[in-house]
Design a protein around this ligand. Structure first.
Ligand SMILES: *Cc1c(COP(=O)(O)O)cnc(C)c1O
Length: 473
């Protein structure tokens, strides 16, 4: 009896072909193509078949069949929809590695689009009609930006690799392979799990020569470690931690003087590498790329998508003779970047050349005042207060730069604190992540906090919509 009724239920299932002829799927087929809709229909029908197997009754089957088109649409969204999607960053962390670091300038996005759509002179010298080098497109702009830092005895040049980790590796591999690199024990850092200075060193065929102690390293420690095998002095930015208390680190000037006296290059991994003087946004104690070059560091390495505010890239700027050696390293080819990165980087650098810092979103976010953010927060709060079951307060707080820049520095901001009746803070956070455009926020003292410093103005309406849906649940 039971098997007979199951067979009856199976017979109620339409065939894939019948489903594909349904009027309510015509639009999906036109949009996503027949093959994707066929696959989705197959998966949904198979799921219903399994449910019948597991004891689904006739009534529930009818319900499932009436929702067939919706189920196929949902399946399509997850199968042919994008996995990498835009989210709204309401955390107030400007350079958030999990959220893709720096958003790009509009000019960078336009330049990517026009470069990507067709062919370009990536490696063609248009004047000579000969093969050219991809480096020239941005090297000229870096030269302009650092023209005051070039010295009579050496010109500065810049090359681009995939990220700063690759830049550090290339510098060590080119300049130190087979010899020793002297590093302070206070700078043997780990950044983001897989980037550890000792490991990168091992991979580069250089030998690490640790000097000093965790908290104190003096210039004499470096001096005493120098021997005939020394190839490089390396200084590494303490991007994600601080050493406080009884501490000592030689001044950059002293390291430069030692490197020059012993004729050993000094390389500095700046990590974030600001091109903008951070003191203009009230953040002190963070040396920028220019400052290091002016002090006499031979090569600096830094990221393209941290404080620079551009695409993911690793930049090596320094003495032209040393940069040329890295350019000739046979593994440079494996680390080089594509035309889209050059397109984005060139547009971003042009904004610096023009002094148009507000064109670069990460810089605009850093430069936004607490008052400006407060005015936006009050407006958004008023809209959110209109929703049922939502309680709102606007309060003082702090944003952080992130991306390893000035790890202890904060920027004063205004925060929107939200509670929704019937949902705890973590539940609310998770609902916001589940919104059509996910909203990423943080929790403090049982409330969800939104920091509009990192929210683009055009995203505010989407936040209100997400809360509207969330509060309904
Ligand atoms: C961020 C950082 C890196 C890694 O840079 P990526 O561009 O993420 O590869 C290396 N060194 C320092 C000091 C950093 O802050």
């Amino acid at each position: 009896m039971k098997t007979a009724s199951k067979a009856g239920l199976y017979r109620k299932l339409p065939s894939v072909d019948e489903v594909l002829h349904r009027a309510d799927l015509a639009e999906a087929i036109a949009r996503e193509g027949r093959s994707a809709v066929t696959d989705a229909a197959r998966i949904v029908l198979e799921r219903v078949r399994k449910e019948i197997d597991a004891g689904l009754d006739a009534e529930k089957l009818d319900l499932a069949l009436s929702g067939l088109a919706d189920a196929i649409a949902r399946e399509l969204r997850s199968s042919v929809g994008y996995s990498l999607r835009p989210v709204i960053n309401a955390t107030g962390v400007i350079l958030h590695t999990n959220l893709g670091r720096a958003p790009l300038a509009a000019s960078a996005i336009e330049n990517i689009a026009s470069t990507a759509a067709g062919y370009s002179n990536l490696e063609l010298d248009l004047a000579a009609g000969e093969r050219g080098k991809r480096d020239v497109h941005v090297d000229r702009l870096f030269r302009r930006l650092f023209q005051d830092e070039a010295r009579d005895d050496h010109q500065l040049s810049t090359i681009v690799v995939n990220n700063n980790a690759a830049a550090v590796w290339l510098a060590l591999n080119t300049l130190a392979a087979g010899g020793e690199v002297i590093v302070s024990r206070g700078e043997l850092v780990e950044i983001g799990g897989s980037f550890r200075i000792p490991d990168v060193m091992a991979q580069s065929n250089g030998t690490l020569r640790e000097v000093g102690t965790t908290n104190r390293t003096r210039i004499s420690d470096y001096e005493q470690a120098i021997n005939e095998k020394s190839r490089l002095l390396l200084r590494v930015h303490r991007s994600n931690f601080q050493i406080t208390g009884f501490t000592e680190q030689p001044a950059l000037e002293d390291l430069v003087a030692l490197a020059q006296a012993r004729n050993i290059p000094l390389v500095e991994d700046l990590g974030s590498g600001a091109l903008l003087d951070l003191r203009t946004v009230g953040v002190g104690g963070e040396a920028g790329v220019s400052e290091s070059l002016r002090a006499g560091v031979d090569v600096v390495t830094y990221s393209g998508d941290k404080l620079l505010g551009g695409p993911q890239a690793g930049l090596l700027t320094g003495r032209a003779d040393l940069i040329a050696r890295m350019r000739k390293n046979s593994l440079f080819r494996a680390l080089r970047v594509d035309k889209l990165t050059y397109a984005a980087l060139e547009a971003t650098l042009l904004a610096y050349v023009k002094g148009d810092h507000d064109a670069i979103p990460a810089l605009r976010m850093m430069r936004a005042s607490k008052e400006e953010i407060g005015a936006r927060a009050n407006k958004l709060a008023a809209q959110l207060r209109g929703l049922a079951a939502v309680e709102i307060e606007v309060l003082d707080g702090e944003s952080v730069i992130g991306g390893g820049a000035a790890p202890s520095a904060t920027l004063p901001t205004r925060l929107i604190a939200v509670t929704v009746k019937g949902a705890g803070a973590d539940e609310l956070l998770s609902r916001l992540r589940g919104a059509e455009t996910p909203v990423i926020a943080r929790v403090q003292d049982g409330r969800v906090l939104l920091d509009l410093r990192t929210v683009l103005p055009q995203e505010e309406a989407t936040i209100v919509a997400a809360f509207g849906k969330t509060a309904e649940k």
